[in-house]
Design a protein around this ligand. Structure first.
Ligand code: PEP
Ligand code: MN
Length: 263
């Protein structure tokens, strides 16, 4: 069902009136983790000023170490919703447990499924029963075919509102956190009718590469960009090495808007 052979026209994902796909590009910006109301609010007001409509922030964090900050859970989703409403932003957050999909409907406009859960089939099936758009990230070591099959799990349960997100894959290269598979964008857009975004933060893991990676993503046909922004990255409870501070974010958006005219 995700195949373009079945549906030749681009799917437009509708996030409460904000469209992604078929020429509509959107930016998803916000902190790696929701840490406090004040922290999310600081980011929301600056992204709003730049015309961004989608706010992200992790509340259930899939961390490599069990001793690292695990996120604020449902409390984090409440903060995100509250800040989103205050600023007129739609909100996106990752859900990791199939049982949390249903309760998350109260707070989220888009449900994110993270790279580590791309083949959590019970989670995918539950997402397929949701009436919220799903932002599905490519697995750390997933082929394009496996990625498409993960999306198939969602659409086969009835939910065709899916945004695919390339976020870098594991290779032998160590100069970036992951290797951004930039041609995944045109391959996915050729093989499927779904919109495709690029997460420049988790793919590169390097602040100095966010802008060139975002330019490349837009130039190659991505339907949007995800990146992390934090008011004080040095004190961030997760991904402190790669999030943009406010000044860097403003510069990033100015450069990108000059490079590529947005609607
Ligand atoms: C995230 O976007 O917060 C995240 C954890 O990304 P990924 O699943 O791509 O690692
Ligand atoms: Mn992160």
């Amino acid at each position: 069902l995700v195949s373009r052979k079945k549906k030749p026209n681009d799917t437009v994902v509708d996030i409460g009136g904000i469209e992604v796909g078929n020429g509509n590009q959107q930016f998803v910006m916000g902190p790696c983790s929701v840490e406090s109301h004040q922290q999310v609010d600081a980011v929301a007001s600056v992204i709003k000023q730049k015309g961004i409509q989608l706010l992200r922030g992790g509340a259930f964090k899939p961390r490599t170490s069990p001793y690292d900050f695990q996120g604020l859970g449902m409390e984090g989703l409440k903060i995100l919703r509250d800040v989103g409403d205050r600023h007129g932003l739609k909100v996106v957050s990752e859900i990791v447990n199939p049982r949390d999909i249903e309760p998350a409907h109260e707070y989220l406009d888009v449900i994110q499924i993270g790279a580590r859960n791309m083949q959590n089939f019970e989670l995918l099936k539950e997402a397929g029963k949701s009436n919220r758009p799903i932002l599905l990230k490519r697995g750390l070591a997933a082929t394009i075919n496996e990625f498409m099959n993960a999306a198939e799990y969602i659409i086969s349960q009835g939910n065709g509102q899916i945004i695919l997100c390339e976020r870098g894959i594991r290779t032998y290269e160590t100069s970036t956190r992951n290797t951004l598979d930039i041609t995944a964008v045109p391959v996915l857009k050729k093989e499927t009718h779904l919109p495709v975004m690029v997460d420049v933060t988790h793919s590169t893991g390097r602040r100095d590469l966010l802008l060139p990676a975002a330019k490349a993503a837009l130039a190659i046909g991505a339907d949007g960009i995800m990146a992390e922004v934090h008011p004080d990255p040095a004190t961030a409870l997760s991904d402190s090495q790669q999030q943009m501070d406010i000044d860097t974010f403003n510069h990033f958006m100015d450069e990108l808007q000059a490079f590529y005219k947005m609607d």
